[in-house]
Design a binder for this molecule. Structure first.
Ligand code: NAP
Length: 304
């Protein structure tokens, strides 16, 4: 049954997600801070709102997918935010990767309006969003998830219930700490091999023939070899997720020494101005220190 959906945040992820909801026949009213980015969605048939509050007014479901904790706080609790208009009985689904603590606080505010909230962060990147094949990690009441599942099925192929409010985000932070570490250490290995004169393609073939093979690095390697860091997931957002993972680890007396070190590498790359590039651009930081590039057939340029 077509639903009325308020959709906030038309970035790399939000734009294709909102488009899929329009294509599935839902009535989408969208808001994006930078209005010009909303044009493709408007052409596809969505209505544009001038504020998050306007997008949420009268909606059955409100979806948010914006950069970070501060952005979610602004679009939900801020002036002109979702909380001003969300109707009793509606469901707020936040797919941003943010602090689980903040998410639980927002869920309380939303409950105060007679509505419900799910934290529903995603994995699957830009391609998964475009194809409607995201994986959702969900926190909140199970019964609320069951109610909105048909909408989430338009956007994703897997919907994993993790527990109470905040649990989806806790799972997401753990997953991104693993991914960030995998890509960074993959890049460290490529740089070490390149510096020793081993062709990047040769090193990659070895990795693919070993137990170290992973679909993540299979996907990233061709981009690294071309030096194409068009963002699928911006490096500054990966750094943000590592910060959030550290906060969560601190709060729960968990130690994550490898992820903590990797966080500093992404932080240094961000400080060098690489924040808007894909997070695989972390390789360029390592290359600059080592004085070598891992572009295909570039290993010979190693400076010893
Ligand atoms: P993005 O392309 O940088 O888009 C960010 C969106 O947030 C834009 O719509 C931006 O509006 C909006 N925004 C930022 N600050 C705002 C504020 N203060 N008020 C209102 N809107 C604000 O990011 P993305 O890649 O789509 O990621 C969105 C979220 O999904 C993040 O939490 C990220 O960690 C998570 N995520 C991303 C991926 C991925 O592969 N890209 C995968 C899984 C999860 P403007 O257009 O005006 O800047």
């Amino acid at each position: 049954m077509p639903q009325s959906i308020g959709f906030i945040g038309l970035g790399i992820m939000g734009q294709p997600m909102a488009l899929n909801l329009v294509k599935a026949g839902h009535r989408v009213t969208a808001f994006n801070r930078t209005r010009s980015k909303a044009e493709p969605l408007e052409r596809a048939g969505a209505r544009m709102a001038s504020s998050p509050a306007e997008a949420a007014r009268g909606a059955d479901i409100v979806m948010t997918i914006v950069s970070d904790s501060a952005a979610v706080e602004e679009v939900v609790l801020g002036k002109g935010g979702v909380l001003e208009t969300i109707r009793s009985g509606a469901v707020l689904i936040d797919s941003s990767t943010i602090s689980p603590t903040l998410s639980r606080k927002i869920a309380c505010h939303v409950a105060g309006r007679g509505a419900r909230m799910l934290d529903a962060p995603v994995t699957g990147s830009k391609h998964g969003a475009e194809k409607g094949e995201l994986t959702f990690m969900i926190g909140g009441e199970r019964e609320v998830l069951d109610r909105v599942l048909p909408i989430l099925q338009v956007l994703g192929k897997k919907h994993i219930y993790c527990g109470a409010n905040g649990a989806g985000l806790s799972a997401k932070l753990a997953q991104n700490a693993i991914q960030a570490t995998m890509v960074e250490v993959f890049c460290e290995g490529l740089v070490l091999a390149a510096k020793a004169g081993v062709q990047p393609q040769t090193m990659f073939e070895i990795i693919q023939s070993s137990m170290a093979r992973a679909s993540l690095t299979d996907f990233k390697a061709p981009f690294i070899f071309k030096g194409d860091f068009t963002p699928y997931f911006p490096l500054k957002l990966m750094h943000k997720d590592l910060e959030l993972a550290m906060e969560a680890a601190y709060a729960q007396n968990v130690t994550m020494p490898a992820a903590a070190a990797v966080k500093e590498v992404y932080g240094a790359a961000k400080a060098q101005g690489k924040g808007d590039m894909d997070y695989a651009a972390v390789v360029t930081f390592l290359e600059e220190i080592a004085g070598v590039q891992v572009r295909t057939s570039a290993a010979a340029q190693a400076t010893h």
